[in-house]
Design a binder for this molecule. Structure first.
Ligand code: IMP
Length: 428
């Protein structure tokens, strides 16, 4: 049995929550390894819908769930989420949840800075305004407050001073009020006892799991096209979202990652700013958005919609390390007479089979489409290949061929049970 890492293969919102929940059923440990409460994973179980942001999806099934060191953690938001999930009847106790002591905290100053930047035309990226970017900046700048710092109130004032020396200099330059260190210290002291019962060591937990032969599921957030290195920079999130990050962000060796499952919608969506070659700003885009209910889980923003882009997913399969894909939301295409798939980009007199790294070139690309016949009947809720119309199977097979990766799972509705397994990811 292999471990499994799940990552998004497009710009996020591919339906990772459902697939992770489905796989979590057969895992013993579930770990988040990057991102923060910018993520929004929706899990539908019967008539209940859970919306998770920071909590690993394993909590819903009472699996050992770890928030790894690569995650940036807003402690107030985490407590709110624990409260919400507990109110919905799911116990999130320290027996279930472990928060890595070496994870970095997202503070009110980070949220504020994120929001201020989003108000400026020169720095707007369309972020979720959760303070994720500024928190990672402080991490890399080696001035962040970490979870473990909440244990030691004696050394906390010096750490807060060091952090505010940076932030208050910025704020003075911008003509904003300085942050009061005593107020921040008081807020941290107030939240500490509520967070500390969950605090532990991600790497030691995972080492124990490995020795005991337990199956681990690594739960990626966002997606490869939002990766800080491999995404559509600068319109990206501030973490690495590729499978390789599961090792660094959880505290395990790269060989422990196991099978990498990339989650891919049967079409494409994106929230926020940035290039999107197959975007359909027309009736097709509206139809995809309304049939696919394309509104952000975290911010409620309307998602931009377009045709499936095989060039992008072929590339993310390579950079993300994807072994196989879970194809989701095929049913959204049920009513289209014909369906376009992007197979290349025209740039001047060249045809490219990859996304150029330069944002200026990315904005100039014209997609080259292959048009396929639709199937004009419902695939919603299909539970075997035999339930799928021939044209839908053709579409899936063509996608596999174009992206160079096999379909391991096919999801045909948000319901846990509406999943066709072609290959068991835990078998490697
Ligand atoms: P940030 O992660 O809040 O800094 O936002 C940076 C970019 O990533 C923006 O375009 C966001 O819309 C996008 N983003 C962040 N998290 C998610 C997600 O979970 N799904 C989809 N897009 C996301």
């Amino acid at each position: 049995m292999s471990n499994v890492a799940v990552i998004g293969a497009q710009w996020g919102d591919e339906g990772k929550g459902k697939i992770i929940d489905w796989l979590a059923n057969r895992a013993e440990v579930v770990v988040r390894f990057q991102g923060g409460n910018n993520a929004g994973h929706t899990i539908v179980v019967g008539d209940k819908t859970y919306k998770l942001s920071l909590l690993p999806s394993g909590v819903i099934q009472g699996k050992r769930s770890i928030i790894g060191n690569g995650v940036v953690v807003d402690p107030w938001s985490l407590l709110d989420e624990i409260g919400r999930v507990c109110a919905a009847g799911v116990a999130v106790t320290p027996d279930v949840l472990v928060l890595a002591e070496n994870a970095v905290l997202v503070l009110p100053i980070h949220r504020e800075l994120d929001a201020v930047r989003e108000m400026s035309n020169t720095s707007k990226l369309g972020t979720t305004k959760r303070g994720i970017g500024p928190a990672y900046e402080d991490k890399v700048g080696r001035r962040a407050i970490r979870v473990v710092d909440l244990k030691d109130f004696d050394s906390l004032p010096a750490k807060v001073d060091r952090l505010l020396a940076h932030h208050n200099a910025l704020r003075r330059g911008a003509g904003a009020d300085e942050i009061d260190g005593d107020k921040l210290l008081a807020e941290l002291k107030e939240v500490a006892p509520k967070i500390l019962p969950y605090v532990g060591s991600s790497w030691r937990e995972l080492d124990a799991a490995r020795r005991a032969g337990k199956r681990v599921l690594f739960e990626g957030a966002q997606a490869v096209l939002l990766d800080i290195d491999h995404g559509t920079y600068p319109y990206v999130t501030s973490s690495n979202t590729v499978a390789g990050q599961a090792a660094a962000g959880a505290g395990i060796g790269p060989k422990q990652i196991g099978y990498v499952l990339g989650i891919t919608k049967s079409y494409t969506t994106r929230v926020g700013e940035g290039p999107f070659p197959t975007e359909q700003v027309n009736a097709t885009g509206e139809m995809l958005g309304s049939r696919g209910n394309e509104f952000g889980t975290v911010t409620g923003r309307k998602r931009r919609c377009g045709w499936f882009d095989s060039v992008l997913v072929r590339q993310t399969a390579i950079t993300g390390g994807i072994d196989g894909i879970a194809l989701t939301k095929l049913d959204v295409l049920d009513t289209f007479e014909t369906i376009d798939v992007c197979v290349g980009y025209r740039l001047g007199d060249q045809v490219l089979d990859y996304l150029p790294a330069d944002a200026v070139a990315q904005a100039k690309l014209t997609p080259v489409y292959e048009t396929m016949e639709g199937w004009n009947c419902s695939t919603r809720g299909a539970r075997s290949w035999a339930d799928l119309p021939a044209n839908a199977i053709k579409y899936v097979r063509r996608i596999e061929e174009l992206i160079g990766a096999p379909v391991a799972l096919l999801s045909t509705s948000p319901d846990r049970d509406d999943t066709i397994m072609v290959r068991d990811p835990f078998l490697g």
